[in-house]
Design a protein around this ligand. Structure first.
Ligand code: AP5
Ligand code: MG
Length: 373
């Protein structure tokens, strides 16, 4: 997926470097033509415009000068509230043609204030040159002389513009990927064989409208349909062993993507079962801008697990629900799967639930976790 992560947000390229350079060259050509013989003074507004100002100046074909200013914002003592002041102008502006070089103009309030302040220093004229302009946000009556790009009201970063001081070094300009799925609740329901993962998943699907991936069910369906994957899986399952990680991971991504991009969340039941699977799940979700919101562990004593599964074996005839295979599954659980509890604790999303007792009480505990995330 063609996206990058800066701090907690994801961004994708919206304007490539080559396109930016081409527009700057065009604009510098126009400014050079308009201000021929004026020896214009560029005033770059720090910090965002430093790369733009440098590239713009190198494309100029007439003599020009550059200086940089900063905007200082402070709480005023009058009812006007916040006051913005331009600091750092050391040049004599009297009679000069000044070009303010900005990275982005949004509401235009600071630009307006800047023009007012420069006006008191008797320049011949003040022009505005901005790399980006968000027409939808403009509140002031401003005449923008040179605009490289009119852009929609998305948050952008790169080519000097930052997200919380990060990302200025990026050569291309990136815009934020809106977190359409910020309410998405991906949940790992975790526990030993027979702990109630499938039983509680059914209730969660019904109450929260979540999607469900049970890797055990996926594999059993493959076995039933006699597919190649099913044939491979059968040997492992009947022996109480795990299917190799790479095979499980490849199945998982395609099932996850089959739910589309705007679902309410997915319950992962029986996955991950090993640390490599947990890492693969994290990576797969991260590439899509998603994450696991909670890992809910159903904790049930071993003799109860055995009792439940033997009973289920008698009723439903699941091939791995016989005493010998159940014992193997429990050994595999302790050695390969249980270490995930510590792994998810480190991730800070582990929730422990007593899985012994009434179904409804257990479900109420699960709901308390889900409602809190
Ligand atoms: P899988 O199908 O996931 O089986 P499992 O993890 O062994 O767990 P179960 O499905 O048996 O139990 P559950 O926790 O869902 O409990 P349930 O709600 O059914 O995996 C099967 C095999 O596939 C694995 O051994 C492996 O070979 C392979 N596999 C799957 N995923 C894999 C992966 N990611 N990587 C590699 N290999 C993989 O409840 C159990 C019984 O208890 C039911 O009869 C239920 O009615 C009853 N019950 C539930 N809650 C209660 C309660 N509170 N009180 C009394 N009874 C209850
Ligand atoms: Mg199950």
């Amino acid at each position: 997926m063609d996206s990058i992560k800066i701090k907690d947000k994801r961004f994708r390229i919206s304007i490539p470097e080559a396109e930016i350079k081409r527009r700057i060259k065009e604009m510098a050509g126009q400014i050079s033509k308009d201000l021929e013989g004026k020896n214009p003074l560029f005033l770059g507004v720090l910090n965002g415009s430093f790369i733009f100002a440098a590239d713009l100046m190198r494309e100029m074909t007439i003599p020009c000068e550059i200086s940089f200013v900063k905007l200082a914002s402070y709480q005023g003592t009058t009812s006007t509230g916040k006051v913005t002041e331009v600091i750092g102008i050391n040049e004599n502006l009297s009679g000069r043609t000044v070009v303010i070089v900005e990275d982005i103009v949004e509401s235009g309030t600071t630009m307006k204030r800047m023009i007012e302040q420069l006006g008191t220093r008797n320049p011949e004229s003040v022009r505005i040159c901005t790399l980006f302009f968000k027409p939808d946000k403009l509140k002031e009556d401003l005449n923008l002389d040179y605009v490289a790009f009119r852009i929609p009201d998305d948050f952008i970063v790169g080519y000097g513009l930052d997200y919380d001081q990060a990302g200025r070094e990026l050569r291309d300009v990136y815009s934020i990927i809106e977190d359409k799925n910020k309410n998405m609740k991906n949940i790992v329901i975790f526990g030993a064989p027979g702990s109630g993962k499938g039983t509680q998943s059914d209730k969660m699907i019904e109450k929260y409208g979540l999607n469900h991936i049970s890797t055990g069910d996926v594999l059993r369906a493959e076995i039933k349909n006699g597919t190649e994957l099913g044939k491979t899986a059968k040997g492992y399952i009947d022996n109480g062993q795990l299917i190799p990680d790479d095979l499980m991971v490849s199945i998982l991504a395609s099932v996850y993507d089959s739910f589309g991009r705007e679902h309410k969340g997915v319950i992962f039941d029986g996955f991950p079962r090993t640390i490599p699977q947990a890492e693969a799940l994290k990576k797969m979700l991260d590439e899509r801008g998603d994450k696991v919101a909670a890992m809910i562990e159903l904790d049930v004593p071993e003799e109860e697990l055995m009792k439940r599964l033997i009973l289920r074996g008698q009723q439903s005839g699941r091939a791995d629900d016989n005493e010998e295979t159940i014992k193997k599954r429990l050994v595999v659980y302790h050695s390969q799967t249980q270490p995930l509890i510590e792994w998810y604790k480190k991730e800070g999303i582990h929730y422990h639930i007593n899985g012994l007792g009434e179904l409804d009480r257990i479900f109420a505990d699960i709901c308390a976790v889900i409602d809190g995330i």
